[in-house]
Design a protein around this ligand. Structure first.
Ligand SMILES: Cc1ncc(COP(=O)(O)O)c(C=O)c1O
Length: 398
């Protein structure tokens, strides 16, 4: 079915033609994602359940899920019901665990009807899910979220066994996993694992099947093998990111998959002393060639790149001039031959404008940079250097 997803895509030639018309777009190297997934698999040697929340960290949900399914991934984690539904709408029948809290019967029904595993940490949710299963006429899958010490969401570890017993007593619920999120603190992480193992030992003693136990997100994959248990849930690392500087010391070789490109919409020459952009934030130190790029902070290029950003033009690193506004920024084009329609690499995969450097210059986390990429930007997926899939969610039927 993941194969069918790619078989439905436009031809390489058609995708290449469409790119010529894009003012801005994202390029995703699926080979980098394959490489990162293999790196993680080789390290953990347990099931990998990718976290693909927030539009697969900006990389575009359905193509990423389909690609990872082709690489053997069976199960994914999402934050929102609509993300789980997007996966189903794309015809992808993998296991999907949704962490979205639900408040209407319609949404409980949708979860059951579409075979989405729902996260439960309260008896009331278990009751409503069981009722939805009765209405729909099929069993509902459940993962129980255990709060082992982060204190954010989940049944407290000391009450988890009782909740699982309750869930097991409901005829139409099927428990397939226990999970928890780490505080990412060297001392507390150990205590958290002990608490989870305490819960699973007690359930073993009671003869209650709980499926997989999963506690590790990316941080544990980098640093804490004792947290791997039965399944790990890496997120941003699968796209090639090291969220913390010490992550680079963990001997995992990750490759950034995404690049952000745009076309120059206007080129002009400005004179010495001329001011550009809001509040006259740039004053030309000489007569110079300046380009306007049709990307702004509404697209996800951080406002913090104002007067700081570096982009690549014809392979040369060039500065952003003045303000990054909602839809535009200006770039120094001196010494380049680029004209209107030429391509600027706003975020590259390596060098001065790679995503880590952009985030650092903007003073934000790589997480924020990625989830800030506008979901309606076209995304082009490459394999072995060829575009093989395109998502253009901004297109509506005309
Ligand atoms: C429950 C859960 N598991 C796993 C992840 C993946 O985290 P990371 O991207 O840090 O690997 C997340 C993301 O926030 C999450 O909420």
């Amino acid at each position: 079915m993941a194969e069918a997803f790619f078989a439905r895509q436009l031809s390489t030639e058609e995708i290449e033609k469409r790119i010529q018309g894009f003012p801005s777009w994202l390029e995703i190297d699926l080979d980098a994602i394959t490489h990162n997934l293999e790196e993680v698999k080789n390290r953990v040697k347990v099931e990998v359940i990718p976290c693909v929340k927030t539009n697969a960290y900006g990389h575009g949900l359905a193509p990423i899920v389909a690609h990872m399914m082709k690489r053997g991934v069976k199960q994914f984690l999402v934050a929102k019901l609509w993300e789980a539904e997007q996966i189903r709408d794309a015809g992808l029948e993998c296991e999907v665990v949704s962490m979205d809290p639900l408040f209407s019967d319609e949404n409980f029904d949708a979860v059951v009807a579409r075979n989405i595993t729902h996260t439960v940490y309260q008896k009331g949710t278990a009751d409503r899910l069981n009722s939805a299963a009765e209405r729909i006429g099929k069993k509902a899958k459940v993962w129980v979220k255990v709060d082992t010490g982060l204190g954010r969401v989940g049944i407290r570890w000391s009450e988890a066994v009782e909740l699982v017993q309750y869930i097991s007593s409901l005829p139409l619920l099927e428990l397939t996993g226990l999970f928890s999120t780490m505080a990412e603190d060297a001392e507390l992480d150990k205590i958290q694992v002990d608490r989870m193992v305490g819960v699973s030992d007690e359930l073993d003693r009671l003869g209650i099947n709980y499926g997989v136990r999963s506690m590790a997100s990316g941080n544990a994959v980098f640093h804490r093998p004792f947290i791997f248990l039965d399944a790990v849930r890496p997120g941003i690392m699968l796209y090639g990111f090291y969220p913390d500087p010490e992550d680079r010391e963990s001997s995992l070789d990750l490759r950034q998959a995404i690049a952000f490109k745009a076309r120059v919409e206007q080129v002009k020459w400005v004179d010495t002393g001329e001011s550009l952009t809001y509040s006259r934030r740039f004053i030309a130190p000489k007569r110079m060639k300046v380009g306007t790029v049709h990307i702004g902070y509404s697209d996800g290029y951080p406002r913090g790149m104002t007067k700081k950003g570096l982009v690549k033009v014809d392979g040369k690193v060039k500065p952003v001039l003045g303000t990054v506004s909602v839809n535009h920024f200006l770039v120094d084009l001196d010494g380049t031959d680029i004209d209107v329609g030429g391509v600027v690499e706003v975020i590259g995969r390596d060098g001065e404008n790679n995503a880590h450097k952009v985030a650092e210059l903007a003073g934000i986390m790589t997480y924020s940079l990625m989830v800030g990429l506008h979901p309606l930007l076209p995304r082009v997926y490459f394999e072995k250097g060829r575009p093989i899939a395109l998502s253009e969610p901004q297109l509506v039927e005309r």
